[in-house]
Structures are given as structure tokens and as C-alpha cells.
Design a protein around this ligand. Sequence first.
Ligand code: AMP
Length: 195
Amino acid sequence: MIVVLFGPPGSGKGTQAQTVASRLGVPHVATGDILRAEVASGSELGREAEPIMRSGHLVSDDLMVRIIEQRLRQPDARNGALLDGFPRTVPQAQALDAMLTRGGRAVGVVLALRVGDDELRRRVQHRAEVEGRTDDTMTAFDERLRTYASETAPVLDYYRSRGTRIAEVDGVGGVDEVTERITAALAPDGAGASR
Ligand code: AMP
């Protein structure tokens, strides 16, 4: 079962991912976490990715596809994975489909978390105030929202056009409440699921 966890920055993907992945019995594969680990290790890849990530832009499709291909080849991903933060562009989604098709697999469901822009900015503003670096953070966040709208939102239309199952979930509410909505939506006849 390959599940794509989809949603704008700040929609709570990371917060939900661990619980959802363990309920599904698959590893949580977060490309942002993989990149941050590379940055922390000071690898060449990390040094290349760090300024791009800081600016709110996207790391190249080519690099991301190579990272995900390598990760999905690991034994723990044999029965599937919960992908968080990938694919983020239509070319990444196409490359993922091609890669999965080669292995006789496919994306089973796209789980799309819905949170409006105003609520997203409120969440990030709150987080930034707690961390005490509001301006920098908000500028980068606005750039990430723009990148999401132009590069990432079209990925959902891509899956829709391919007839991939899309489960849309309201991402506003308590953490547990959203987890339960996700679990319901992931059931085969899931509430809120749509094509
Ligand atoms: P995230 O933790 O998913 O928000 O990712 C943090 C940053 O890593 C993003 O703002 C991008 O710069 C980069 N990144 C993560 N995943 C991808 C991806 N699939 N494609 C391109 N860049 C990515």
C-alpha cells in the first residue's frame, strides 16, 4: 500500500504521519526529514540542499526522485510506505508512477489534508512567535505557500486525471480528531473519499 499524504505546508502532515503510518503498518517516508538529516550530517547533498530549503524553494526533481527511489528499495518498504512531502511536483508524481509500475505497484490512495491559507498563516505565525523569529519565518513561509500553489497543488489534479483514489480530509481541529478522520477516510469505503 503506497499512500501519498498530501497537503500545504503547515497542514499537519508531519504531526499525523507517524500515527497513520503505524496504523497502516508501513514506514513513514518524509523527504523533508531525509533532507534535514543530510544537512545535519554535512554531506555534499546536504550542503547543496540547505540554502534551497531555507528560501522556501524546492530541491530539484532529479535529486528527489533519486532519493525516493533509493528509499523505496529498502526492505521495510516492501509492503508499502506513507509518503510525506513527496511528490511535490507533477514530474515527481510521473516519475513515482513509472518507478512503481516497474515494480508492479501503484499509488493506492492520495490522502489530501485540507487547511485554508489564513489558518496556515495563523499556525506558522504562532509557531514563529514562540521561537522568536517572526519576520524571517513568515517571508519564507509565504514563499513556500506560493511554491505549493504553483508547483504542488497541480499534483492533485494529476492524480485525479489518472483516476487514483483521492481521500480528502478536513485538517482543522484537534490532532486526535484529524487522525480519526484520516482513519475513516482510509477505510476501503472511506467517508470523505472522492475521486
Ligand atoms: P518539508 O519538511 O516536507 O516541509 O520539507 C522541507 C523542505 O525540503 C521543502 O521546503 C523543500 O525545500 C525540501 N523538500 C522536501 N521534499 C521535497 C520534494 N519532494 N521536492 C522538492 N523539495 C523538497
